[in-house]
Design a protein around this ligand. Structure first.
Ligand code: GDP
Length: 169
């Protein structure tokens, strides 16, 4: 749980190619540099954003070595690509792994169906995404990092959940 002054640690999880780097680039404010360097272990960006009129500090962690970060995150954006059914199944696996690492805590998680601009390549329907989120007891949003659609909404959503949890303590 985040004390005042300590940034929320938000971790991007998901299969390779789903758009984690694109999300991190938008967050960092460099939306044009969407080409990722696959050799990087992880990238960390710290930033303050305003959500509902109140500032929130976020440390965003973008990594392929997800298991290392399953114990340290305050919240998770669990990404898949709507054009890649395997990445949707991977998101379910990651959710189960997360639950194993964080058994007793109601860690904020948003299931993110990215690449919703690629309508003709869709392999996962909106209702499947919603159903998966319901099973895993997390929020759901479809985004397009390419169109910058709903990406900030996802970040704001995670901050709102973190605040709800903070305020209920
Ligand atoms: P990562 O492996 O999860 O970090 O995925 P990347 O962010 O590197 O994205 C993989 C590829 O998908 C790149 O070519 C991105 O430009 C592309 N991409 C990411 N998000 C979107 C999106 O919302 N729509 C489209 N059309 N392409 C995307």
């Amino acid at each position: 749980s985040a004390e005042p002054g300590r940034p929320y640690r938000v971790v991007l999880l998901g299969a390779s190619g789903v758009g984690k780097t694109a999300f991190a680039s938008i967050f960092a404010g460099a939306a044009d540099s969407m080409d990722s360097d696959d050799c990087e272990l992880y990238e960390v960006t710290e930033k303050e954003i305003e959500v509902d009129g109140e500032p929130a500090s976020i440390t965003l962690i973008d990594t392929w070595d997800s298991e290392r970060y399953m114990q340290t995150g305050d919240a998770y954006l669990l990404l898949y690509s709507i054009t890649d059914r395997a990445s949707y199944l991977r998101a379910s696996e990651l959710r189960i792994t997360l639950r194993r690492f964080r058994p007793a805590q109601n860690t904020p998680i948003i299931l993110v169906g990215n690449k919703c601009d690629l309508v003709r390549r869709r392999e996962v329907s909106v209702s499947e995404g919603r159903a998966c989120a319901a099973v895993f007891d997390c929020k759901f949003i479809e985004t397009s990092a390419a169109m910058q659609h709903n990406v900030w909404e996802a970040f704001r959503g995670i901050v709102r959940q973190l605040r709800l949890r903070r305020d209920s303590k």
